[in-house]
Write a protein that binds this ligand. Structure first.
Ligand SMILES: Nc1ncnc2c1ncn2[C@@H]1O[C@H](COP(=O)(O)OP(=O)(O)OP(=O)(O)O)[C@@H](O)[C@H]1O
Ligand SMILES: [Mg+2]
Length: 235
């Protein structure tokens, strides 16, 4: 397993955001964690990235216990996050934003080659490479946040609510792109999403969160058909 999370608990003071959650991610998988507002999705990603400490439980990456490692040590091992609302550096150009994602992963990544690969996937970012990030459209900023996370060829991409604020056509495009990165380039992806249908459709497996705990898990195709999941999340 590439990522193993065992009995993870995340809390803010008295608020238990995530309770005894366990899940796994195999190399090459695309897995979704879906759930409503406040279900604990962002807290899970923050705990995996090390932005938020885990109160209890264990996080193993590639067999190594990373539970107490700081963010930069996890980044060095190849974990990257595309944050909620695709935060980019507004006063940096598109190119400069992408370059902030360059971080040595212990393997040699030829930045120029990688940049050309990214520009092939995101031609719009190449056209706008000198433009200030704050002046990009929401959809373009979303692409930029993904490109920045991909520049160093990560081993695990954590994606927080990538569909938020995008019109349906763009949501489809972004999900198609994530699927392509997974299927064609073998990138392991963990998606957290409120948009359960769109994310489960492109996923191998899924976990359905209900206020801090996992209510259902299974093959994405089965979850989409599950009556309870349909009723609660898929409309
Ligand atoms: N820094 C914080 N301080 C206090 N409470 C927090 C903090 N961050 C999150 N919470 C609480 O933890 C719970 C889970 O929040 P989290 O952001 O993980 O949910 P989410 O599933 O990502 O929601 P959304 O879909 O709205 O992004 C919520 O009840 C939230 O109010
Ligand atoms: Mg969130």
């Amino acid at each position: 397993m590439l990522l193993e999370v065992e009995n993870l608990t995340v809390s803010y003071g008295d608020i238990l955001a995530v309770r005894n959650l366990s899940f796994v991610l195999d190399q090459g998988e695309l897995v979704s964690i879906v759930g409503a507002n406040g279900a604990g999705k962002t807290s899970i990603l923050n705990a995996v990235m090390g932005i938020e400490p885990s109160k209890s439980g264990k996080i193993l990456f590639n067999g190594e216990d990373i539970t107490r490692l700081p963010v930069h040590e996890r980044a060095r091992r190849g974990i990257r996050v595309v944050p909620e609302r695709s935060r980019v550096f507004p006063r940096l150009s598109v190119y400069e934003n992408i370059i902030t994602g360059v971080y040595r992963l212990g393997k040699k990544v030829a930045v120029q080659t990688r940049l050309e690969w990214l520009y092939g996937i995101f031609p719009r970012l190449e056209e706008r490479s000198g433009q200030l990030a704050s002046t990009l459209s929401g959809g373009e900023q979303q692409q930029l946040a993904i490109a920045r996370a991909l520049i160093s060829d990560p081993r695990l991409l954590l994606v927080d609510e990538v569909s938020m604020g995008l019109m349906p056509k763009l949501v489809d495009q972004v999900f198609a792109l994530l699927r392509q990165l997974n299927k064609e380039f073998g990138l392991t992806i963990l998606l957290v999403e409120q948009n359960a249908m769109a994310s489960l459709k492109i996923s191998d497996r899924g976990y359905v969160m209900e206020v801090g705990t996992c209510a259902f898990e299974g093959a994405a195709a089965d979850l989409i058909e599950h009556p309870k999941v349909k009723e609660a999340y898929l409309g």
